[in-house]
Write a protein that binds this ligand. Structure first.
Ligand SMILES: Cc1cc2nc3c(=O)[nH]c(=O)nc-3n(C[C@H](O)[C@H](O)[C@H](O)COP(=O)(O)OP(=O)(O)OC[C@H]3O[C@@H](n4cnc5c(N)ncnc54)[C@H](O)[C@@H]3O)c2cc1C
Length: 536
């Protein structure tokens, strides 16, 4: 194809953490870069995230250098045979280089999130004392030119836990009282954006990529839909797919994910466009059954842009005096554990009765509500119907279907065990991570999360499994170059972030476990597209 409407060296599709890092790497390495974004806003899921990046080996931690060997040991220990060791090592080794590059070429700065434990810190090579999770430092929006500060994706303030609650913000060191200063994912995006704008690259919004052009095994450009017209953009050196996952496309979700995924908590633009475009050119796919799973609550009647709104739950299942049970009234997981691994128990499939644990309920008592509130309902607020307030377990059964007999037995055992500060069934409170989002007043991880459920009225809120994004996509090499099903590399086509086959397989190493790899492979893809070489 020739006669392009516009032609550059590198085209980047999507403006989340992966896309903006790729664009920065390409532009800083001499390429003429164009960036297209489907939404009216830049930043994607990244902008509404906690803005934490997990970089498992670096020398920025106060406690000293975090080694590549430990990082590899830790990731291998949770690989379940589903990681490509070479790609994982590339991720681990490139982390510090990506951080240095981004800080040198943008206004994004990182700070070690002191004390944030890895998600399975007791595994070999794990870090119970933290050090691998890095926060985006607060960013002053006044530094952005024009109206860009108004053009970063944001959710209504109460959409996600990251948005709503002061405790979460404090834990991720995101407390500021200056209206110009943004934190978390907004700061990550704003800092990258400033660097990109300084290099003369201006993202084009409301511009959806719909088709890749290719000839002789090489991608040469993209068709972009802008309003009611299409423009054909040539890419002399490469196209980087950074269009996020496919969590908002019901057909792709049904076709690929390994179990039910009832609601994404990302903004509703990630519909697998990059995946479909790559498939049309023969891309090999990998990790397609996986998502960045998270337990969610959907409040009846609550919608966002016409679709049911899903809220991730973390504090509500970690603090004392709440548990998660199935219809039989039985617990089936460590409620305070890391969210991603919870999909396994939620997806438990009984050959006779189907999904026994989906949906489930978070059951809590009046003392929990009085002390902590629940999902935006503060202590003392009117109690909504969807809490299923009940004076007895029988009344709770009538309202929810949870077996009162089963729940009574569960609570009797639970209350005995927590008096001894143990959870022999699922080990809640035995990991350094379990206490992190619990009651800060508790002296041990167990005391931060274990508490009797014994004071009526009782409450139950349905909880199921959703996703922050999907993890599958085109399989790539260490530079993010997309592989063809015939084993070759599709020339000029790169993928990064949730648009690529995630390198950490089923695992979630620690806070920032999605943005760390997304930015590392964004960096590598942008560098390789611009230079034709590997970032060492
Ligand atoms: C509340 C919340 C908190 C989170 N906190 C963290 C955290 O602290 N750390 C962490 O590691 N992870 C976190 N996550 C997960 C993380 O945010 C995502 O996995 C990550 O942001 C994905 O980055 P990405 O660049 O691949 O995709 P995204 O950030 O989603 O960006 C993809 C972009 O591509 C655009 N796009 C889609 N299709 C097209 C198209 N056809 N043409 C052009 N553009 C297109 C989208 O509009 C979007 O802007 C969190 C998620 C949520 C919801």
């Amino acid at each position: 194809m020739s006669n392009w409407d516009h032609e550059v060296d590198v085209v980047v599709l999507g403006t989340g953490g992966a896309g903006l890092t790729a664009a920065l790497a390409a532009a800083a390495n001499g390429a003429e870069v164009a960036v297209y974004e489907k939404s009216s806003y830049v930043g994607g899921t990244t902008a509404v995230s906690g803005g934490i990046a997990w970089i498992p080996a670096h020398n920025r931690a106060a406690a000293g250098e975090l080694s590549v060997d430990d990082a590899m040991k830790y990731l291998q220990a949770q690989s379940l045979g589903a990681m490509d060791a070479a790609l994982v090592e590339t991720f681990v080794r490139t982390g510090p280089q990506m951080l240095d590059f981004v800080e040198a070429h943008s206004q994004l700065k990182f700070e070690v999130a002191e004390g944030f434990p890895d998600y399975k810190p007791e595994l070999p090579g794990g870090q119970p004392g933290g050090g691998r999770s890095l926060n985006a430092a607060p960013f002053n929006l006044a530094e952005l030119p024009g109206d860009w500060r108004e053009r970063i994706t944001s959710f209504p303030a109460d959409f996600s836990n990251v948005g709503i609650d002061a405790e979460t913000r404090a834990r991720i060191h995101a407390v500021v009282d200056d209206a110009d200063v943004c934190v978390a994912g907004t700061a990550l995006i704003a800092g990258l954006l400033k660097g990109l704008l300084d290099l003369g690259v201006v993202p084009v919004t409301e511009a959806r990529a719909v088709e890749l052009y290719g000839a002789d095994g090489r991608i040469t450009g993209v068709r972009i839909n802008v309003g009611d017209m299409d423009i054909r953009v040539g890419a002399r050196r490469g196209v980087v797919l950074a269009t996020g996952g496919f969590e908002w496309d019901a057909e792709l979700v049904d076709a690929f994910l390994r179990g039910p995924m009832h609601g994404p908590v990302s903004p509703p633009n990630n519909t697998g466009d990059g995946l479909r475009m790559a498939m049309a050119h023969g891309a090999e796919l990998a990790n397609m059954g996986e998502a960045w799973w998270v337990p969610i609550v959907q409040i009846p009647g609550d919608t966002f842009e016409g679709k049911p709104r899903s809220r991730s739950v973390r504090l509500e299942r970690t603090r004392p005096r709440s548990i998660i049970v199935n219809r039989a009234g039985k617990r089936f997981l460590n409620e305070a554990g890391e969210y991603n691994s919870m999909a396994g128990p939620f997806h438990h499939l009984d050959p006779r009765f189907g999904y026994l644990n989906d949906p489930a309920w978070i059951v809590f008592d009046s003392m929990h509500l009085k002390k902590y509130g629940f999902l935006g309902v503060e202590p003392g607020d009117a109690i909504p119907d969807w809490f299923c307030q009940s004076a007895t377990l029988e009344e709770l059964e009538a309202k929810t279907g949870i077996s009162a007999t089963g729940l009574a037995a569960t609570l009797a055992a639970w209350n005995t065990n927590v008096a001894n500060e143990v959870d022999p069934d699922f080990g809640r409170g035995s990991s350094a991570y379990d206490g992190y989002w619990g009651d800060a007043a508790g002296a041990t991880p167990a005391l931060k999360t274990l508490g009797a459920i014994d004071t009526a009225p009782y409450f139950a809120v349905p909880v199921t499994v959703g996703a922050m994004g999907t993890k599958g996509g085109p399989r790539t090499d260490r530079d993010g170059a997309v592989r063809h099903v015939d084993g070759s590399v599709i020339g000029g086509l790169f993928a990064a972030g949730n648009a690529m086959a995630g390198v950490t397989g089923k695992a979630y190493g620690g806070a920032g476990g999605t943005l760390g790899p997304a930015m590392v492979f964004g960096y590598r893809a942008g560098y390789a597209a611009a230079t034709g070489e590997s970032a060492s």
